[in-house]
Design a binder for this molecule. Structure first.
Ligand SMILES: [Zn+2]
Length: 345
């Protein structure tokens, strides 16, 4: 195992990276039956290479495979690994792209994933292709449960989530077995459904139970088609989420101009914060100085040893040219502040 030396205020990404244009073209070709499985695998392998290159060129410290193999963040790819689901007809097919157009399912029998969710294969490819430290993002059970109606099998969304929690827990343990050391659970829904944070925390802790890795959690307000689906506030989740068995929170701040960064003062805690300092929904491309300014603001409330930076969310909904520029600005902005703190970047 490589011993990674991370700098102060290291940089990372949330998970998904911008698709190259030709990957959309290839997906459409596959939909028309023009690609075989081997063609598609080669295509996705090539897309991972480009995601790695963009992150490495920018100088990001902890990287992912850009989730190039996951069509739509957590949708078809993950549900396709599960049994016991019946797909429901789309309620809206025309008009502007929106959350209400995404696929949904109903539980026809107990939901299972006999061959896992495919993340071990993602990791095994990635680890051979980069020397950088790797983070493995995995969708959380409450988020995944959002597209599965309980049917007559489960009582409610929470019961569906607990069934998925077991599948995710197994996948995380398999990832650790394969060598993964840092896993981030993505639960946009936690921030969206803040009505019972205690119940979410219990579910989360069951999901990560016995997983021997650094665990982070990404809580955001939704990003599909660049549209959030929630009030943009974390405040109702505090102090409950401090009981989550995680060492790092990855939260979005850039698109709220650092609003609520003072939560770390109101609710002092030992968790690391991966602060979102790049607005993935904005085609204004931050300058390094913009990023430095945001980091300086964050440092008023959290110690530099506990702070790292990321974009607000994944880049899957951002054009690649903008994602590339934004990554570079993030890394250069971190260097400015690092120089101010330590005299060296
Ligand atoms: Zn997000």
């Amino acid at each position: 195992m490589t011993d990674y030396q991370l700098p102060l205020i290291y940089t990372s990404v949330i998970g998904s990276y911008a698709w190259p244009g030709w990957l959309h073209t290839a997906l459409a070709a596959m939909g028309r039956g023009e690609y075989g499985p081997e063609d598609w695998k080669e295509t996705q392998d090539d897309a991972v290479e480009l995601a790695l290159r963009d992150q490495e060129d920018a100088g990001v410290d902890i990287i992912t495979d850009g989730e190039m193999r996951r069509i739509g963040f957590f949708t078809a790819e993950f549900y396709g690994h599960m049994t016991g689901l019946r797909e429901l007809p789309a309620r809206r097919k025309t008009g502007v792209v929106g959350h209400d157009q995404r696929e949904s399912y109903e539980a026809a029998e107990a939901v299972q994933a006999p061959n896992g969710l495919g993340l071990v294969e993602e990791y095994q490819y990635l680890v051979k292709r980069t020397r950088q430290m790797i983070k493995m993002p995995i969708p959380g059970p409450y988020t995944l449960a959002g597209r599965i109606k309980p049917g007559s099998v489960y009582k409610d969304r929470m019961e569906v989530a607990y069934a998925l929690s077991e599948i995710i827990n197994r996948e995380m343990k398999a990832l650790v077995q394969a060598g993964a050391t840092f896993i981030q659970v993505d639960e946009p829904s936690y921030a969206v459904h803040a009505h019972s944070p205690k119940a979410f925390v219990d579910l989360f802790n069951a999901t990560v139970s016995g997983v021997e890795a650094k665990i982070g959690v990404h809580l955001c307000f939704g990003n599909f088609a660049g549209r959030p689906v929630a009030k943009r506030t974390y405040h109702p989740l505090f102090p409950f989420i401090l009981d989550m068995n995680v060492s790092q929170f990855a939260l979005e701040f850039a698109n709220r101009e650092l609003s609520e960064i003072d939560l770390w003062k109101e609710f002092p805690n030992d968790k690391e914060l991966a602060a979102g300092v790049i607005d993935v929904k904005n085609y204004y491309c931050e300058t390094p100085e913009d990023v430095a300014e945001r980091v300086r603001t964050a440092l008023k409330y959290i110690a530099p040893e506990k702070l790292s930076i990321t974009p607000d969310c994944g880049f899957s909904q951002t054009a690649r040219w903008a994602a590339r520029r934004k990554l570079v600005a993030m890394v250069e902005g971190a260097k400015i502040v690092r120089r101010e703190l330590t005299g060296t970047a």
